[in-house]
Design a protein around this ligand. Sequence first.
Ligand code: UGA
Ligand code: MN
Length: 307
Amino acid sequence: MSEVRIRPRQVLVLIIVFIFVLLMVHRNGKRTCQGPEYLQAMYTKSLTDTLPKIYAITPTYSRPAQKAELTRLSHLFMLVPNLHWIIVEDANSTTALVRNVLLRAGLTDRFTQLNIKTPPEFKLQGKDPNWIKPRGVEQRNLALNWLRSHADVDRHAIVFFMDDDNSYALELFVEMSKIKPGRVGIWPVGLVGGLMVERPLLNEENKVIGFNAAWRPERPFPIDMAAFAISMDLFFKYPQAAFSYEVQRGYQESEILRYLTTSDQLQPLANNCRDVLVWHTRTEKTKLNAEEMLQRQGKRSDEGIEV
Ligand code: UGA
Ligand code: MN
């Protein structure tokens, strides 16, 4: 039987290869911004450090699925300690339904409930596909006015425009806490613009040099509302920054951003725009044909029950 002899040099090479592989695995683990260790590390730090306050601005309107959507978001916010939710109802007055969702989630002093009704000429009419007219213009502008008159000018904070029907990962709020004063943070959005993911393209220095958008790529910022958040000081610096009905479909994001930043000044987040932490999901319109039949007979399934 021939004896296999391992020379000390081979052992050394093997050890070096092993250490190298170990280091690579460790580094890869560190680079991603997803997972429980990452969250724990960030939020433990937040107990000692001071994370900037995140003002999430959400327009919302009454429809059968409203409470379900808002409950989903409110339970996410129970996990985000540095969040203040400015929820703006597209209605003539604020409602108990919305207030109760906020209170049930224990967001007691971490929300502001406002209301402003979209003027009828800008409201969607029965058969219009809901993308014909811009949504949330009035509501987001009211929230910005509220911020400019109520928020502390001297404290670094973040502003994020948040649809009530998207799906948000908790890690997204950790990421946007990293936005520097004077900057706009940016990251990919899943399931939007006809693509699996819409994202900014970065060069080797991790600067934004373009976007992969397929839908209206000629827009100055061809991105979705969920793709960015803004350092609040920019809203004080540029008091005229606002949303507008006067822009083409799909230009609301470009409209607000054109006041505040340029593409090369965007701050890439979410693992240099490689992680998807938000999805532009849209809830199917609720079918209520049986309910309508019941109601024609003067009955309803939700008599005395808030759904
Ligand atoms: C996409 C973007 O994700 C929106 O942020 C952007 O406002 C919109 O396009 C646009 O270009 O206007 P999409 O998902 O199609 O939005 O819009 P919705 O989710 O239906 O509406 C955006 C927000 O406005 C939601 O939070 C919704 O609750 C609210 N909204 C919608 C109202 O307050 N009133 C309405 O009549 C309709
Ligand atoms: Mn939406």
